[in-house]
Ligand binder design. Sequence first.
Ligand SMILES: Cc1cc2nc3c(=O)[nH]c(=O)nc-3n(C[C@H](O)[C@H](O)[C@H](O)COP(=O)(O)OP(=O)(O)OC[C@H]3O[C@@H](n4cnc5c(N)ncnc54)[C@H](O)[C@@H]3O)c2cc1C
Length: 381
Amino acid sequence: MQPTEAQRGIRDQFRRFMTEELERATPAFEQGSELPYALMRRMVETLGLGGSGGGGGGGSDTQDKAADDPELAALMSYARTQLTVEMCRVNPGFALSFGASTGLFGSNVRGKGTAEQVAKYAGPVMRFEKIGCWCLTEPGAGSDALRSMKTRARRDGDEYVISGEKTFVTNAPHADYFLIYAKSDDGSVQAFIAERGAPGLTTSEPFKKMGMRSSPTGAVYMDELRVPADNLLGGGVKDRDHVRSSLASERIGLALMGYGIAERCFEIALDYAKTHHRSGQPIGNFQLVQQRLARMYVALSNARRIVYSSEPTSVLDACAGKLYVGEVGTQVAMDAIHILGGNGYMEEYVVERLARDAKLVEIGGGTTEMQILTIARHLLA
Ligand SMILES: Cc1cc2nc3c(=O)[nH]c(=O)nc-3n(C[C@H](O)[C@H](O)[C@H](O)COP(=O)(O)OP(=O)(O)OC[C@H]3O[C@@H](n4cnc5c(N)ncnc54)[C@H](O)[C@@H]3O)c2cc1C
């Protein structure tokens, strides 16, 4: 499964940008002294990902051509995959914020919104003029987000009135647009688009977190928030499948994040094993180190086959992929720390940050347990 020449060209271009630009900006993002959004805009422009395809993989002209050209379509799909992998090799938090804005908000509105909603809200987010966020989780509703949702929306003339609280929302502290899930009077879950500045909508300061520190996370408070009836996503999609399909694409993205982390950590550990000496020889000469490296390689190879598979992904496969690759990300990152010994525990060697970031892949978009339950439900249905 070696990349083709065209794929290598894309990968090398992406990698250069991440090594030259994202690497340099990462300390400021991690400390919270700078926000990641301006660099996302520059990345999209520099790598030619603009137009309506800001989520990766070519501008709108390219997308039109790809409709009639399977080879170009496959290359664009590779570019989307590789963009996430390359971001995560350097800074997974940056990728998380990018994905929440362009994917969870932008692609969702583009895919499910009315023509007006696509033009007004998805376009500016895909062009990075605005930042989006996706608001599902609540303090009292996480793994059971749909069942236990307390946020309510009621119709009042030409408006909906929304009250409730969302938490752990990526980009919430700085987002311009919010895709908010709420239960309507008939108990169905609907999605509403709200804009920052609307009376009744406030957000928290960024939370302090274990990892993904380049990605601002916060709460969203809705106190009799009024949104125009036109802001009901897609004019009303009374269908839980639409939340579930958002979760499926989020899970594919998260698996890619786990893979990018594992790939970089493995490379750092392998290089270290060849160059770091103890007892007068490289530590890679010791069989116990070799065993750890070999196991890391096997896990990484399996993860690679999953994330680069060209098969269309079902919900079952999205859950299976996220479950497996999420665990590989954390395990390989922890193994890399171990191979680096004390250095692995130090900030300078990057693997400790990647390991902290990796843990999110096992929690966000549904925990490991939720993936297992969904896989079993699909198998036994
Ligand atoms: C950095 C970060 C970014 C995030 N970004 C977003 C975002 O942009 N938008 C958004 O809406 N949410 C976001 N989330 C929320 C995330 O999706 C939830 O944290 C996740 O779904 C888990 O929900 P919870 O935290 O409420 O955990 P809980 O549901 O409270 O789970 C706690 C533990 O109980 C287990 N558990 C729960 N129910 C069961 C069960 N039935 N069977 C077995 N075990 C169970 C879980 O697996 C877990 O181990 C983010 C979270 C983080 C940490």
